[in-house]
Ligand binder design. Structure first.
Ligand SMILES: Cc1ncc(COP(=O)(O)O)c(C=O)c1O
Length: 434
């Protein structure tokens, strides 16, 4: 019995076709084959192919009662992923420790292998975590190359919980904390230039946090270029890619950094509770093992995290999430999400009462964008705006408070949002009064 259950679950995780079979076996709809795009279409062409994206949308249950344009919190499992997760939950619950103690490790290793392949990393460079926070916090906390007076750098566009962790390095390690403010609209050259000025002005910098895509307004930071300069000056970089993997399409090597925190529950569409830590081969010496762990030869990245008992089923569903993501294709997903963002930002940029925030060239922008009413930059203003959108226009969005320029409302469509829903936002923007 044990083997039948486990094979069923693992089979459903291994390949889309089997996922579909497993779903059908449970009486679910036949629409479970993976949404393979039409052949010979470019991502830009596919981005406008509404029949394909309607097919993709059919794989998701929708938020009831409102148009949800807030998918930056976590993504949503497509049906095949949800089925794999539910199957795995049942199996783990039934088999309990007999599974956990005997068979979980190879299954988790398979999930690591899939993440590594998808990111273009080696298996030994990837450790599964519960979220991006666990990955990045461990890097910040366990960074061992810091002496009192060394500088540590973060920016206003960084994730609030990571800014405070960087600030904590002052009280815990005597670091000198430096923070920079990026303009509310910026292109790649301007962002790079600003970082270069700060690096020039602070020769004692030792460690910096760089966010690949800001959770505030979707700004894409030129990580590789900044990291190259940082490396030349002996500054270590921790990269936060929580919001980028799956929102845009890339391999981890392109970032040119040693350490990156990811999650899979935003744009890869895994169950909630899955993250990943990337540590480039040969980079372990500067990050201490998790308290109490030991790695005298600095070769075992897994010692940098201590997950203990955690959500086995979420990890077992990782291959199904990657299958679904890869069936659509990372480049296709990025192009569609950018297209949906442009549908509203192109309109909003022409409205005198709206300030659009984020990239000022397409390279610096992603599928996420933010805005505020012109001259209304307080956090209260942003809350009021969010409420008006929700109560008067039936659009769910979220307030972001971290930018130096003030509060804003973030708009985060997912692959299942339609141009019609974005059109509702554009109508609302026209009607908003300052
Ligand atoms: C830029 C950024 N970094 C880090 C995080 C934290 O991710 P997680 O919830 O997986 O810890 C988020 C979550 O919203 C984020 O947007």
């Amino acid at each position: 019995m044990r083997y039948v259950n486990r094979r069923q679950v693992l089979g459903s995780l291994a390949a889309g076709a089997t996922v579909a079979a497993s779903a059908l076996a449970q009486g679910k709809s036949a629409s479970k084959a993976l949404p393979i795009p039409p052949a010979s279409t470019t991502p830009v062409e596919l981005a406008r192919d509404e029949s394909y994206w309607r097919e993709v949308a059919a794989y998701y249950d929708r938020t009831q009662g409102i148009v949800n344009l807030e998918h930056g919190y976590w993504g949503k499992m497509a049906h095949p992923v949800q089925d794999a997760y539910v199957d795995a939950t049942r199996m783990v619950n039934a088999q309990n420790s007999f599974y956990g103690r005997k068979d979980y490790d190879p299954d988790a290793a398979m999930a690591v292998r899939r993440i590594a392949e998808a990111l273009g990393a080696a298996e030994e460079e990837i450790v599964i975590t519960r979220n991006a926070t666990e990955a990045v916090h461990n890097l910040i906390r366990q960074y061992r190359d810091l002496r009192p007076g060394d500088g540590v750098l973060y920016a206003d566009v960084d994730y609030p919980g990571f800014k405070t962790a960087m600030q904590w390095l002052e009280s815990s390690r005597g670091a000198k904390v430096i923070s920079i403010e990026l303009p509310s609209r910026a292109d790649q050259a301007q962002i790079l230039e600003l970082y270069m000025q700060v690096l020039d002005a602070n020769p004692h910098l030792k460690l910096m946090l760089i966010t690949h895509i800001s959770n505030q307004h979707g700004l894409v930071v030129p990580v590789a270029e900044i990291a190259k300069e940082a490396r030349r000056r002996g500054i270590d970089v921790i990269c936060d890619s929580a919001q980028s993997w799956g929102l845009i399409d890339y391999k981890v090597g392109e970032l040119g950094v040693d350490w990156v925190g990811f999650n899979l529950h935003k744009w890869i569409g895994s169950p909630v509770g899955v993250g990943a830590l990337y540590m480039r081969r040969g980079s372990l010496q500067k990050i201490a093992p998790y308290p109490g762990e030991s790695d005298p030869e600095h070769i075992d990245a897994a010692t940098r995290v201590h997950m203990a008992t955690s959500n086995f089923a979420a990890v077992l569903a990782i291959p199904a999430a990657l299958d679904f993501h890869q069936a659509i294709g990372g480049a296709n997903k990025e192009a569609r999400l950018r297209y949906l963002r442009r549908l509203w930002t192109n309109e909003a940029e022409g409205m005198a009462h709206i300030d659009v925030l984020g990239g000022s060239d397409e390279e610096s922008w992603s599928g996420i964008g933010s805005f505020r009413l012109r001259g209304k930059a307080s956090i209260d203003d942003a809350h009021n705006l969010q409420q008006v959108l929700e109560k008067d226009f039936g659009l769910f969005t979220v307030v972001r408070k971290g930018l130096a320029s003030g509060g804003c409302v973030r708009i985060t469509p997912q692959v299942f949002n339609s141009p019609g829903e974005i059109g509702q936002l554009v109508d609302a923007l026209h009607k908003l009064k300052t």
